[in-house]
Design a protein around this ligand. Sequence first.
Ligand code: FES
Ligand code: FES
Length: 166
Amino acid sequence: MAKTHVTMTINGKPMEGLVEPRTLLVHFIRDIAGLTGTHIGCETSHCGACTVDLNGQSVKSCTMFAVQAEGAELLTIEGIANSDGTLHALQQGFREMHGLQCGFCTPGMIVRAYRLLQENPNPTEAEIRMGISGNLCRCTGYQNIVSSIQHAAASTNGGAMREAAE
Ligand code: FES
Ligand code: FES
């Protein structure tokens, strides 16, 4: 099958490759870019394990073809840490508040929460739960994930956690 040359920027670095028209973005990220922190749980748009940030929006990368991301700016879990190598506030939050068990959903959760906090730096618990509703976790019961995101928001804002919707 004829292949198409695609280029995109992932975590600030230019990336290119030859793909079939049917190649999913998640397979480009994992198999061509070699960034295997982006997971595949379902390949049917349900679980959110494959979530990346694409041009400033959360996207399930199994729902797009790689050719559709031509020229895009992507952020994956490998690009979340601070530039000095320290953990991002969300990574620190998940560590402090035990936001993971098996960890399979965690990269997608963190990348999704990153965009959530960009859009709403001080979300309520209800807003966090709504914000991550496209990401499934089969281990944690979500409470520790919510607490982890609250921890990150509070540490970033230097303020107290918000308890309820207002
Ligand atoms: S692998 Fe993409 S949503 Fe599950
Ligand atoms: S920590 Fe196991 S699926 Fe979320």
